[in-house]
Design a protein around this ligand. Structure first.
Ligand SMILES: [Zn+2]
Length: 60
């Protein structure tokens, strides 16, 4: 396994960590015509409980 030859400076470490930002989650509109709520893609809708036009879970 590759191992760093020299210790990284505190400044370099902090500069790298400063680039770590939270990204906004991707949201797609629910394909259920009656719902249209924003939801993560490839996930059953938490509002109406449908996926691919089928009722798969009970809505919350
Ligand atoms: Zn929905």
């Amino acid at each position: 396994m590759a191992v760093p030859k020299r210790r990284m400076s505190r400044s370099n470490t902090r500069s790298r960590r400063a680039q770590w930002k939270a990204a906004a989650p991707t949201l797609a509109a629910c394909s259920n015509r009656a719902c249209r709520a924003p939801k993560p893609p490839h996930v059953a809708c938490p509002t109406c409980g449908t996926y691919d036009g089928r009722q798969v879970v009970r809505p919350a």
